[in-house]
Design a protein around this ligand. Structure first.
Ligand code: 5GP
Ligand code: ZN
Length: 111
């Protein structure tokens, strides 16, 4: 989709520090990391949020998250997965994305 920063990363129009890629999913390091490991996982098809994700897309993303956790060696230590949806959640990029946060003890609360 035009003017979508994450679509531009998918299309290699702007650089992304890519850590994982398959047919349906791309993952790259967050430009403004909130933890030692902060990875953004996105579907290659542009949808706005979880509200528009179908089962196939959701399964592909979960499958990618499992592989990334293994590759990043955070299966044992643990990690947090977050997706913001809409205004009140503070979603700033309107292309569905999941944050993987890890690499230190995270705060107890999400809010
Ligand atoms: P949101 O607040 O929408 O859940 O998260 C958007 C995330 O995308 C933020 O953590 C922000 O740092 C990250 N981000 C925004 N623009 C870029 C970019 O151009 N490249 C990368 N790698 N991350 C970005
Ligand atoms: Zn997009």
């Amino acid at each position: 989709m035009e003017n979508c920063i994450f679509c531009k990363i998918i299309n290699k129009e702007i650089p992304g520090d890519i850590v994982y890629e398959d047919e349906k999913v791309l993952a790259f390091k967050d430009i403004n990391p909130q933890a030692p490991i902060h990875i953004i996982v996105i579907p290659k098809k542009h949808v706005k949020s979880v509200l528009e994700a179908d089962g196939e897309m959701s399964a592909a993303i979960i499958n990618a998250i499992q592989k990334i956790a293994k590759e990043q060696n955070i299966e044992e230590t643990g990690f947090r997965v977050i997706t913001n949806c809409g205004k009140d959640a503070g979603q700033t990029v309107e292309h569905l994305h999941f944050h993987i946060l890890a690499g230190r003890t995270l705060g107890e609360k999400i809010v």
